[in-house]
Design a protein around this ligand. Structure first.
Ligand code: FES
Length: 142
């Protein structure tokens, strides 16, 4: 029954993604790709006046329900946190939010947005990259 509830939440995020779109002049930005399927997510971040706290996060791209829903959930989770806090955000926090067990392949889908966000923050602020890029070895770092 709980699984059903989580599935509904995931579908709702997929159909009505929060934070969907782009920012014209982002303070941080990265494009990520899941090498297993080629799906892509681009992340755009605007910092608040202190230059550290995330004021707004937007994302665009295409992918499966899990990747898009997880990225949508992520945009809600990280607003108001600092770049350093988000760089240290444990993937389990996002997985708890997703709430259903995921196969290793689906785990990559779920991590696409978070990994891309961490890369964006790394490029803009020099914060830590996720260990081994969470398997996204050919994530575009340019
Ligand atoms: Fe491509 Fe999930 S199948 S990100």
């Amino acid at each position: 029954m709980f699984d059903d509830m989580y599935r509904e939440v995931i579908l709702d995020h997929y159909k009505n993604p929060r934070g969907h779109g782009t920012l014209d002049d982002p303070d941080a930005h990265a494009d990520g790709q899941n090498p297993l399927c080629g799906d892509e997510v681009s992340i755009y971040v605007a910092f608040g006046e202190d230059g550290e706290t995330i004021d707004e996060v937007k994302f665009s791209g295409r992918g499966c329900a899990i990747s898009q829903a997880a990225t949508s959930m992520l945009t809600e989770m990280v607003a108001g946190r600092t770049a350093v806090q988000v760089a240290a955000l444990d993937k389990d926090e996002l997985l708890e939010e997703i709430g259903i067990p995921l196969t290793p392949v689906r785990l990559k889908c779920a991590m696409l947005g978070l990994t891309t966000l961490k890369v964006a923050l790394h490029k803009a602020k020099g914060t830590a990259l996720p260990e081994g890029l969470a398997g996204f070895d050919d994530l575009d770092l340019s």
